[in-house]
Design a protein around this ligand. Structure first.
Ligand code: FES
Length: 141
């Protein structure tokens, strides 16, 4: 049977991410073999695209917009606040496995910058205090 080519890798990564929420180390080994690529090449592709994860996501996903409009309205300070409050860097999940902090590059809510999205819920004009309230509600407080 002919091996799949490298062009098939992105759809395969997308399917795995959709199904499991991340790309496991075991899956990377299989993908490299199936697509006639080295392990490092597969990891390089995964790391290149921000939306692919190599670790299981938290139960909820907080995305903080880091794009221009939000940056102009204080998104950098908001991002730092989110990271400090959650105790994780961007791309990481809180120790309790509850929230994964991610950067987004425009959430389509530029008129209400700065914007964040908790799972599928979009929030605009988010201050540090408002973010605290969003996080408290996410944690059931
Ligand atoms: S730049 Fe942040 S929502 Fe568009």
């Amino acid at each position: 049977m002919p091996s799949k080519n490298q062009a098939d890798l992105l759809p395969a990564l997308h399917q795995l991410q959709e199904k499991f929420g991340y790309i496991s180390d075991h899956a990377i080994v299989d993908l490299a073999k199936d697509h006639n690529m080295s392990h490092a090449e597969v990891v390089g592709v995964i790391d290149y695209y921000h939306d692919y994860r190599r670790t299981p996501p938290g139960r909820q996903r907080l995305r903080v917009c880091r794009a221009e409009s939000c940056q102009a309205m204080g998104a950098d300070a908001l991002a730092l606040h989110a990271s400090t409050q959650l105790g994780v860097e961007f791309g990481a999940t809180t120790a309790d496995g509850e929230i994964t902090l991610e950067a987004a590059y425009c959430l389509g809510n530029c008129a209400c910058s700065p914007a964040v999205m908790l799972d599928d819920e979009l929030h605009g004009r988010v201050s540090a205090e408002r973010l605290d309230a969003i996080l408290a509600e996410a944690r059931g407080a």
